[in-house]
Design a protein around this ligand. Sequence first.
Ligand SMILES: [Fe+2]
Length: 359
Amino acid sequence: MSVTVFPGFVRLADGGHTLDFHLRWLRHNCDLDRHPTTGERTIDSADPPDALALLGATIDDGILRVRWAHDQRTSRFPLAWLRQHAYAVDRALPPRPPSATSTLEIDGRFGPAVVVARVLSHLAEHGAALVRREIASPESETEAWIDAFAARGLRTTATHFGRIEDLRTDNTTNANTDQLGYTDAGIDLHTDQPFLDAPPRYQLLQGIRAADTGGESILADAQAAFTYLTALDRDAAARLLSTPVRFHRKQKSFEREVIAPLVTVAEGRFQVRSSYFTAAPYQLPFDEMESWYRAHDRFVRLVRDPQHQYRFRLAPGDTLVYDNHRMLHGRTAFRGPRWVRGVYFDPAAAPRGDEDRTG
Ligand SMILES: [Fe+2]
């Protein structure tokens, strides 16, 4: 018999079977909070805090012991009692969102034209590709990447920043630089351009110059996280599909908005839009606001869990390409001359992003 702790529940492995128990169910039914002589329960399930977490869980001598984070007390459950009251036996457990950066990595020593086919197959399989390459002047290779993608039916998509973005604090080459990407601030997970009818499908990010400190890149697979959320909390996942969100980008010389759900699945194709810094104040029926916040926040906490993220340094010469309809991306704060170059791509037949409305 063994116990594994997951966000919100524990799994016992017992003689070839698994038994899952929610933390709330355990705390509601535990041996604490009982009358000392009658053994009756002295609390309601509404009494413990909303967010429950464990400091640890062990099994010894036929007893599951769990230690609670909010009050440091320990509950004891005889395994025979758990077997008798089990409600989730042999439940299929979906994989947690992936985090092993090595699965994204491609040896880029032979250059863009040679590795582009592998990049595209990584994009289809993992949602991202990280091409490792040592090169003296990475900025001289941007057009070679653009040509390599063009030969595969992907063309650049200009946005209100321009055709190629130089993400650096001393930017002189782009328009509309009054936004976080051109600062040294940390930027938490988001998708790009959710306020467009057709957000660009892929973004290429070239490491040109390293930061002195910080500037770590973060990626999370929102499609895997949504599948995982569906298995944990079907109602929350349904809320993400059905609740309209207004994404509103307002800068000094640019304004655009779109109303769309956080997640859409059209003809089997997944698309996520998520951007805490361009989400307008929610306008929902009063009796839906709390369940929306609960669903949204649960999704965001899943992807913000470092165990559900790829984290890596984009060294000078390295190139990251990710699917902006599937992956969330971000970076940690940094100091120094970090310079990352960004280019968006779309399939040649797709609607063009914001190219003809740049202003
Ligand atoms: Fe971004």
